[in-house]
Design a protein. Sequence first.
Length: 193
Amino acid sequence: MRRLLPVVIVLVSASALAQKPWELRVDLPVPVPVELPAVPPINPFAAPVVTAPAPIATPLRAKFPDTFSVLASVYIDAQGACRRVVFTRLPWPGLAGVLRPIITATAFTPARASGAAVPVWLPLGIDLKGRIDKGRVTRVQGTAPDPAGPPAVEPVPGPESDARDAELPATSVERVEQLPNPKRFRVRIDGHT
């Protein structure tokens, strides 16, 4: 017992001597400022281009049938008449001028909410099925990218809409019990479009 007491005293005093307030371990993240090397925004794989790339062949089939999708939003008033057409997707340019008068002249059954006819903006999808008889590539030109910087993404043009479209009184499609339907709809597009 006499030997055990000094051993316990030595162990207690050793642990008390080793742990002082300034010797406590505290795990705190400390931000250390490190200066990073400046890298110039230059493509290291860029090489000067002597001649621009040119296409060897442009395959274009003649007389192939296909289905072309058109997406639009149409404003149908309470009488079932189409007052506005805003195209959100067209398969090729120039088609809006042909389709707009056809859609505007189409009579619709009016939308119904709570038993009454209401005006509504209707998302409209049209699938045009037809055949392209002939086509030719007028010009294909390749350009070399600028090696000084990364390429920029071209902005996609949005649908052409009028600022007054937001002022038109319309009922939300979610609140409509019966959506408007076209009474008779037929589209014929000639080859000059």
